[in-house]
Design a protein around this ligand. Structure first.
Ligand SMILES: NC(=O)c1ccc[n+]([C@@H]2O[C@H](COP(=O)([O-])OP(=O)(O)OC[C@H]3O[C@@H](n4cnc5c(N)ncnc54)[C@H](OP(=O)(O)O)[C@@H]3O)[C@@H](O)[C@H]2O)c1
Length: 333
């Protein structure tokens, strides 16, 4: 049964844009084909989703664009009824306009609502690569290069091709190094967040700087790519506390994770190919909130369980994946 998009709670971003608190992810995790993902997007659109998190590297924007085009033609939605987010991939940082124009053409959407820098460095990895893949051209973060990439997006805003700018996979030291040099501030930060990896300090930093956190992998991405599965990883939705709360509400623990995230103040972008699941996810924003005690209990589940460690982005001379995340409070070079 579909949900009235008007009923889905919204957040107002720092630039005044009003966005639903839940959108549909579109990364097939190297497991789902572009056809399967775009079929899910079509179903999600029919079910009441109005926010879609895309990326050129997901390799499915052309098929998702066909879904949007059909929806516009059939009068299901108008362009301005949906929020399309997409991202420039790491190998296009020196030609952002070209990448953005291709996404706009593929997605058949005239303009992008929020355009992200997917990763804050140009280190390329191919889709489907393994955890051992390394690109000899990979480099540590550079303030100058990041600013150059960002300024290209600011120009796209000036041109009206992009409405707002997003950043993704940043750290506090990197944000500190660039924020006061940006002419058009970013309105969202797409970052990994799930119950056992809450990134509270970064979350608070973003909120304090009027940057809305968008939580990716909000369910703990049980079907993430092989390269992102490590023996030490924890399954968020298998935590006994999550199971107990789910039982009390008669819902799946995945839905508990989403309720927690939205009530905490995030926009979430869960992915599912199953209609039953993506509908219950969107419905979870409307009814039966978690209690204060349940919210507190989930806040104790932090386990430092980063799932996208980023091995494939490491540069020559980097120690290990921790170097990507500036854990000691300075940018690792
Ligand atoms: N910016 C970035 O660098 C970045 C990185 C990663 C991801 N993302 C974005 O974040 C989105 C979400 O991340 P993700 O897809 O990796 O992980 P996720 O949304 O945490 O997890 C998706 C998984 O959860 C399951 N699931 C969803 N709802 C469920 C429900 N109600 N009951 C039971 N199982 C449920 C799905 O299985 P079923 O299909 O069986 O329902 C699927 O296996 C991506 O699609 C992408 O758009 C961005």
């Amino acid at each position: 049964m579909s949900i009235n998009p008007n009923d889905v709670p919204k957040v107002t971003l720092a630039n005044g844009m009003v966005v639903p608190t839940m959108g549909m992810g579109t990364f097939g995790s190297d497991r789902f084909t572009p056809e399967e993902v775009s079929t899910a997007v079509a179903g999600a659109l029919r079910s009441g989703y109005r926010l879609f998190d895309c990326a050129s590297v997901y390799g499915n924007e052309d098929l998702i664009g066909k879904v949007f085009e059909d929806a516009f033609t059939e009068g299901v939605v108008k362009r301005e009824d949906i929020f399309v987010m997409t991202k420039v991939w790491n190998d296009m940082h020196r030609d952002v306009r070209k990448s953005c124009l291709k996404s706009i053409a593929d997605l058949k959407c005239d303009y992008i609502d929020i355009y992200y820098i997917h990763w804050p460095f140009p280190n390329y990895h191919a889709p489907f690569c393994s955890v051992d893949a390394r690109n000899p051209d990979s480099k540590p973060f550079s303030v100058e290069e990041f600013l150059d990439t960002y300024r290209q997006i600011e120009e796209l805003v000036d041109e009206g091709l992009v409405k707002a700018i997003g950043i993704s996979n940043m750290t506090i030291p990197k944000l500190e190094a660039v924020l006061d040099q940006l002419r058009i501030p970013p309105v969202v930060h797409e970052m990994e967040i799930h119950p056992c990896f809450q990134q509270q300090e970064l979350f608070d930093y973003c909120v304090a700087h009027h940057i809305q956190p968008v939580g990716f992998m909000p369910v703990g991405s049980p079907q993430r790519p092989e390269r992102d599965i490590m023996p030490e990883d924890v399954a968020d939705i298998e935590q006994p506390e999550m199971a107990a709360i789910a039982k009390a509400h008669g819902i799946h623990p995945a839905v508990v994770a989403l309720k927690w995230a939205v009530q905490r103040g995030e926009i979430v972008i869960p992915f599912s190919t199953k209609e039953k699941n993506y509908i219950s996810n969107l419905r979870s924003t409307l009814e039966d909130p978690l209690t204060e005690e349940e919210m507190k209990l989930i806040s104790t589940l932090e386990k430092g369980n980063r799932l996208v460690k980023g091995h494939v982005f490491l540069w020559e001379g980097a120690k290990d994946w921790h170097d990507l995340w500036d854990e000691d409070g300075f940018i690792v070079k």
